[in-house]
Each structure stands twice: as C-alpha cells, then as structure tokens.
Design a protein around this ligand. Structure first.
Ligand code: CP
Ligand code: NVA
Length: 300
C-alpha cells in the first residue's frame, strides 16, 4: 500500500487487518529510526495527539507542523511541500481544506520516486483515520453482522463519508438523515451505494428507527464558519437527544467524533448517557493510528 487518502484505499480484507493490528497492545517498534511529518491546515486535538503518541509508541519521531509554518500553495506549492517533507519522513500526514491537495502531494512524491506515504488526517471530503477508530468501537460493542444498522444524523460531511464507506465495507447497513440542502450530491450517493446497503432520508426518526449505532457530528465543519447561523436554523430537529434515541434499539450506542457542541447536534444528556462511547472512540484514534502505521509499514 502506498497512500491512505480514503478508507477504500484498503480492500475489505486489508481494512479488517488494520483493525486487528490496531488491537495489539504492544506492537513491534516498526517506526524505529523513522520520522513522520504531520501538517495541519486546520485545528486538531485528537488527530494530532493520537498520531504523535502512536508514532512514539512505534519507535518513531513525529514532527507536527502548523499551517502558518508551511503555507501550502502560499509560501510554496503542495507538491514542493510534499517533495521536501519526503526528504526526511517515511510518512506525511496532512489535514487540509481541499482534498485535491492530498492527491497532488501523493502524486508529487510518487513522481519523484520518494518512498514517503501520504495519510489523510481530514480533508473537506473525508476523515478515514477517524473511520478506522469508529469501526474499532462499533466492532467491540455491537460486532460486524449484516443486520447491524448504523444511523448518521446531521450534516452529510467528511466524517459521514468515511464512516459510511467503512461501515458498508464491514458489511453493515447505513442510514443517513440530513436536512434538505445538506445531502451528498447524487454522484457521491451513487458511489456510496456501490459499497452496500445505504439509505438517504430527511427524517432523523426514520434513520434512527431500530439502529444499533447512532452517530452525529458538528453541523458546521471547519472552513464553513460563515454558514454557522444559517446552519443553526436549517438543522433544527436534528439534535441527537433522548426522544430521538428512544426510536433506536434499546442497546444502541451513541457515537461522535468530537469536538461536540452540546445542545446543537447532541444533547448533554445523551452525550453523557451510558449509551455514549465517545471517549472510547477518542482513545481508539491512537490504536487506529498504530494499526495503520503498522500496516503501511508492511506488517500483516
Ligand atoms: N475527531 C477529530 O478528528 O478531532 P480533532 O479535530 O480534534 O483532531
Ligand atoms: N466534520 C468536522 C470533523 C472534525 C473532526 C470538521 O471537518 O470540522
């Protein structure tokens, strides 16, 4: 495997292997004498810390770089940033606004014949490292069986996209409820439907009905802050609260990638309820990165 820009850069078997590798508590130090460059165009708490911790646990050295220090396509092109980082690092993780920046970085290091591998740490269209952690969490609580239903309520965004691909690849059913105007475009809905059984609805109660997993994320993702007031109006009725949870399976778990905005996409009561597994998800971010780095280093 070369780069990891979206969950389906892995085959289904490879995805399951990454999940198994993620569960190893004391993995071999596969990054010994290697370093990893981590570039952030946007804020991050979980992703930066889980990546750095995972790299150290695998014997490597992480170098985190904030947007202003690099200036992707401002101080120098995304290609030159990638080619430069590839001189020093085995892996380049990047959190970017425009997903095509990651594609350009991957192409640039490939064209150079540099061995560095690019990892998507969140783009406007996907968040695959989060999805690996989410799948670890789902597998440990409800298992992977074809009758498991994952309901996503809220904005059809980067987290939704990668979660849907991952859950469908794991053989689960997915239902996404977003208000009119916040659905994935038709071509993306078609692409997702190619992975398995997924429905797109407007009614959150319909999506959550009988669900084993209820997932939500912020209504206003990073980069869309100027739309916040409009979104607060448009997403009324999409809060994951106890009345919505009453429609899910009685054993349902509640998931959120965090950061959460209590009282908007999720109520405090639900976030702190026994059904909530959000802190386990956050912890699983580090395990997921350990599994991914092992896999991308050739461990099987
Ligand atoms: N869930 C997640 O990616 O969190 P951060 O934005 O804090 O990294
Ligand atoms: N959808 C959110 C996820 C943050 C982890 C965002 O892009 O801001």
């Amino acid at each position: 495997m070369r780069h990891f820009l979206e969950v389906d850069d892995l085959s289904k078997d490879e995805l399951l292997t990454v999940l198994d590798l993620s569960e190893i508590e004391n993995p071999d130090r596969v990054l010994t004498n290697q370093s990893v460059g981590l570039v952030f165009e946007k804020a991050s708490l979980r992703t930066r810390n889980s990546c750095e911790a995972a790299v150290v646990q695998l014997g490597g050295h992480p170098v985190s770089i904030a947007a202003g220090e690099v200036g992707i396509d401002k101080r120098e092109s995304a290609e030159d940033v990638a080619r430069t980082l590839a001189c020093y690092h085995s892996f380049i993780g990047a959190r970017v606004f425009d997903h095509s920046v990651l594609v350009r970085m991957a192409r640039a290091v490939d064209d150079l014949g540099a061995g560095a591998q690019i990892i998507n740490l969140l783009s406007d269209s996907s968040h695959p490292c989060q999805a690996i952690a989410d799948l670890l969490t789902i597998r440990s609580h409800v298992g992977f069986s074809p009758d498991v239903k994952v309901a996503y309520v809220g904005d059809s965004n980067n987290v939704t996209h990668s979660l849907a691909i991952g859950a469908l690849m794991a053989g689960l059913k997915v239902s996404v409820a977003s208000p009119n105007g916040y659905w994935f475009p038709q071509d993306e809905r078609d692409e997702l439907a190619g992975f398995g059984e997924i429905s797109f609805v407007e009614d959150p109660y319909q999506a959550v009905f009988g669900a084993d997993v209820v997932y939500t994320d912020v209504w206003t993702s990073m980069g869309k802050e100027e739309e916040r007031n409009q979104r607060l109006r448009d997403f009324q009725g999409y809060c994951v609260d106890s009345s919505l949870m009453a429609k899910a399976s009685s054993q349902a778990i509640v998931m959120h990638c965090l950061p959460a905005h209590e009282g908007e996409e999720i109520s405090r009561e639900v976030l702190e309820s026994p059904a909530s597994v959000v802190w386990e998800q956050a912890r699983n971010r580090m395990k997921a990165m350990r599994g991914l780095f092992q896999f991308m280093s050739g461990v099987r």
